[in-house]
Design a protein around this ligand. Structure first.
Ligand code: G4P
Length: 548
């Protein structure tokens, strides 16, 4: 091959890399259970053409379950425990939708998944507004200044006043809400939304088969045709509300959106296919393509620069019951992955050949020959990957550690058959490494059994079942009533001088050896802080990962 050919192909490859990265949108959906996340996910896939019928989100024939619903326990309980990644294309963009379990018993994985997303769609039920789980997920997005688009769902049902919903977003979440469109009527009287930029009506036509008339004429809100279409009373109310919004809500500011301080708000109904096209459009035009990511060892890593790098944000055990393998799920942060690439493992300080990456579609996997910054892919884990590990083509890159998030449930893990003690200890260590639960060992206390901490209670059932199935150890997770856990940000010298109250707090070490305090009550927590005003108690177990 001539030198000219080589240069040409290098340029072409760089251009290709830049284009591929620019067209990627990696986002997650955050919501409280029942707000409509599953319905919206399905409709996004439907509108983008990734699936052809609602309710058919099943990649292979004869699978009696939806794609993001694949572990045995998930099927038995009809919930989604493990996050999955759905990739689809629309309007020239390639989307990586990181699915976050939204059930009552959601897990730390849900939080960790958000560290791999460049933006999020927050789905609210119009009748309920901001609910508990949305608040928690939002807080994790805020840690990384993740841009958030808001979709207010279920407009076809009676709900709260739209102004009240905007106020709640601002008041409870502390983010400026900027309505891009505005509902005309509600529930039975729901007529559609007005696009604020053009002041035209996007009309809703009932039924599940698609909301927009293809030949719908745009009706200007300020024309008599609007009054004729929705009735004079509603027309006048909407015009008044639009005028009020002009003064009361901020103009959409792309900078503020990207900094996570302003959220554009879209109204719609996922069930009735209303407003999905607008949301998809917003994901194409507003949601960011992969952004530079902070690196501990150097300056920020630029996504479309050659030089593959990625970090592990999830270890998925038991993907395939026939193989009993685990899979490390990676977020690619820069460059391009090519099959058989030599990759440097930052924590182990060694190179290895990465022969296969998998594109994950729930339980199904497909080998990929190349993948780009923004993509989320899986690699079979022969036991060498931990959550937070950095992989890169060249040494010198190490991404921020993924923090351990505040657990809300605690249990003591008891081995019921001491003859299996070795397997018990191995299982506990491995499940902790997978990030299924956090494991603490009490210091200066008679308690020898490991204490588990989890964001969702269901994780304890997962531990019991996997310890038996995979390690042959019968275990019992016995709930303990700690009020909360806080990591002590203090060095050994300071730690030695802490004034401990006589009761109410257990000092422990987490699985990484970091000191954690387990408090019996709110009072005990404030007591320790009062007695030791200079020590820092943190709700996360490592420094928050952040974007640059
Ligand atoms: P989730 O993943 O956030 O938990 O919510 P999911 O999509 O499963 O939706 C929860 C319930 O809300 C479902 O009803 C769903 O059909 C309904 N829903 C979702 N979007 C809308 C909407 O825009 N309008 C209305 N009216 N309902 C909506 P379900 O009765 O629990 O289940 P199903 O029998 O419909 O499957």
């Amino acid at each position: 091959m001539s030198a000219i050919d080589l240069t040409g192909s290098l340029e072409a490859r760089l251009l290709n890399l830049r284009d591929e990265v620019r067209r990627r949108r990696s986002f997650a959906i955050i919501s409280h259970p029942d707000a409509g996340k599953t319905t919206l996910t399905e409709k996004l896939l439907l509108f983008s053409g990734a699936v052809h019928a609602a309710g058919s989100v099943r990649p292979k024939k004869n699978r009696g379950h939806a794609t993001s619903d694949w572990m045995e326990m998930e099927q038995a309980r009809g919930i989604s425990i493990t996050s999955t990644v759905l990739q689809f294309e629309h309007d020239g963009c390639l989307f990586n939708l990181l699915d976050t379990p939204g059930h009552q018993d959601f897990s730390e994985d849900t939080y960790r998944t958000l560290t791999a997303a460049d933006s999020a769609v927050m789905v609210l039920d119009a009748a309920k507004g901001i609910e508990a789980q949305t608040k928690k997920l939002f807080a994790v997005c805020r840690m990384r200044q993740t841009p958030i688009l808001t979709f207010i769902n279920k407009l076809d049902m009676p709900g709260l006043e739209p102004l009240e919903l905007l106020d709640e977003i601002e008041r409870v979440l502390g983010v400026a809400a900027c309505p891009v469109n505005w509902p005309v009527g509600y529930g039975g009287q729901f007529r559609g939304v007005v696009d604020r930029a053009t002041r035209t009506l996007v009309e809703y036509h009932g039924g599940a088969g698609g909301a927009l008339r293809p030949d719908a004429e745009l009706v200007a809100v300020d024309s008599p045709a609007f009054d004729a279409e929705v009735g004079p009373a509603l027309a006048s109310k909407v015009r008044d509300e639009l005028d009020l919004l002009e003064g009361a809500t901020p103009r959409f500011d792309p900078e503020a959106f990207r900094a996570g301080t302003q959220t554009p708000v879209y109204f719609g109904s996922a069930l009735k296919n209303f407003g999905i096209d607008r949301l998809l459009e917003a994901l194409v035009h507003l949601a960011p393509s992969p952004l530079p990511r902070r690196c501990l060892t150097n300056g920020p890593v630029i996504p479309d620069k050659p030089g593959f790098s990625a970090f592990v944000f999830k270890i998925q055990g038991n993907m395939d019951p026939n193989h009993r393998d685990t899979m490390a799920v990676l977020r690619i942060c820069s460059g391009r992955f090519e099959r058989d690439m030599l990759v440097h493992h930052a924590r182990l300080g060694k190179k290895f050949r990465m022969t296969r990456l998998h594109r994950l579609f729930a339980r199904d996997r497909e080998t990929v020959d190349e993948a780009f910054a923004g993509d989320v892919v899986g690699v079979v884990n022969p036991g060498m990957f931990l959550i937070g590990d950095t992989l890169s083509a060249e040494p010198g890159i190490e991404y921020d550690k993924i923090p351990s998030f505040e657990p809300e449930h605690f249990a003591v893990l008891r081995c019921e058959d001491m003859a299996r003690n070795k397997q018990f200890r191995k299982g506990v260590t491995q499940l902790a490494e997978e990030g299924i639960v956090q494991v603490y060992h009490a210091i200066h206390s008679g308690r020898r059994e490991p204490i588990l901490g989890a964001v969702g209670r269901l994780q304890f059932d997962v531990v019991e079942s996997r310890m038996w199935q995979e390690y042959g150890a019968r275990v019992k997770a016995i709930p303990v009533d700690y009020f909360c856990a806080r990591w002590l940000l203090a060095d050994a010298a300071r730690l030695a001088k802490v004034k401990w109250p006589s009761t109410g707090v257990t000092l422990a070490e987490d699985q990484h050896g970091a000191p954690v305090c387990l408090f019996n009550s709110k009072w005990d927590l404030s007591m320790l802080s009062r007695e030791n005003p200079d020590i820092q108690l943190s709700v996360t177990g490592a420094h928050a990962q952040s974007r640059e």
